[in-house]
Design a protein around this ligand. Structure first.
Ligand SMILES: *Cc1c(COP(=O)(O)O)cnc(C)c1O
Length: 348
């Protein structure tokens, strides 16, 4: 017997998007925000005194929770802070799944769910992601933990909160519905109001995409109030640090900057989509800060772009091998991508 638990021994490690060392490439592979965080986040960083680091943080990060409650029109006891949205997923797997309590989600979606279910050793039921059917299929399974990524990655599809509320109602009393809203900042509407209506809702939010703070590692959950105490039991008491609370709070409070940059990205997303279609890609409308572009030569295009210093995301997974996931960059970056594509494509 090896040192590791059997499910860890057998687990294939999660492969994060490539993070090159320098800044001399155009990086459109991990859906970071093209514009970066609010200047207020920079001020918070500059004004932070190193002496503060001597003390442990306030354990529940109430400074951030207050702002998040206001921004989302919920109560402070509907908010839990986490080290990136990813940590909220870890907490949910820990709290709600085991050998007897299963998890369900619709694929293709965020592949971290596979990883976390493997670590936890719970059984994972995957239904096929179709925007029209995902809700119904997840409802039929009625798992202890159901996860719906909305808008979905990497497809970019969006399901309306109305339909999701029907799923919440079906699952109430049976299991938790976790709605992964990492990309909701670029979408028409959020499921956050459902936490007031149902006792089984967890809405995941991230500061990495809409707020340009992927490097900070800060996320939060908007949760039904009755779930807070239990989730706090499985959370490290000091899971977010003093510095990140200051920076994330400043960024979240600056809704003006947030709205402006999100609006720019949404406009460029549509321009990028239209131009990619002209070049021969099939691209559906996206409700995120990336587009999923289909082309029979996707893998080859990925390699050629890489050689040209433009990094996009290619997934060697069923249903995705003829597609590239491309983060919406600045105007300048998108134009370079399109120019490079127009020289690559005729030579294939
Ligand atoms: C980015 C992302 C998250 C959370 O990311 P963090 O950087 O940990 O906040 C969660 N779900 C999906 C689908 C994502 O793309």
């Amino acid at each position: 017997m090896g040192y590791f638990r059997e499910n860890i021994e057998n687990l294939e490690a999660y492969v994060p998007g490539y993070q090159p060392a320098g800044n001399d490439v155009i990086k459109l592979n991990t859906n970071e925000n093209a514009y970066g965080p609010s200047p207020k986040a920079g001020e918070a960083l500059k004004n932070f005194s190193p002496d503060e680091l001597r003390k442990y943080p306030q354990p529940s990060a109430d400074k951030f929770r207050k702002i998040a409650a206001e921004v989302n029109n919920v109560g402070i006891d509907n908010i839990i802070c986490t080290n990136g949205g990813d940590e909220l997923l870890t907490l949910a797997f820990r709290a709600f799944t085991d050998e007897k309590r299963n998890v369900c989600w619709a694929s293709p979606t965020y592949s971290l769910y596979d990883e976390l279910s493997g670590i936890q050793g719970c059984s994972a039921l995957r239904v096929t992601y179709q925007p029209d059917e995902a809700v119904q299929k997840i409802a039929e399974i009625s798992a202890s933990l159901s996860i719906l990524c909305n808008p979905n990655a990497p497809t970019g599809d969006f399901i309306t909160p109305d339909r999701i509320s029907m799923l919440a109602a079906r699952l109430e009393g049976l299991g938790i519905l976790l709605i992964d809203e990492a990309y909701v900042d670029f979408a028409p509407a959020s499921c956050a109001p459902l936490v007031k209506e149902f006792d089984n809702i967890i809405v995941l939010r991230s500061m990495s995409k809409g707020y340009g703070l992927a490097g900070l590692r800060f996320g939060y959950g908007i949760v039904s109030e009755n779930l807070l105490e239990g989730l706090n039991k499985v959370r490290d008491s000091y899971n977010v640090n003093r510095l990140s609370v200051e920076i994330a709070s400043a960024a979240l409070a600056d809704q003006n900057y947030f709205r402006k940059t999100v609006e720019k990205i949404k406009q460029q997303r549509e321009t990028l989509r239209v131009e990619l279609v002209k070049l021969g890609f099939e691209v559906n409308k996206s409700h995120t800060n990336f587009v999923l572009a289909q082309h029979p030569e996707a893998k080859q295009i990925y390699n050629k772009l890489f050689e040209a210093g433009i990094i996009v995301r290619y997934f060697d997974l069923d249903g995705l091998r003829d597609k590239l996931r491309i983060t919406v960059g600045t105007n300048n970056q998108n134009n370079k991508l399109l120019d490079t594509l127009s020289t690559i494509l005729p030579a294939l």
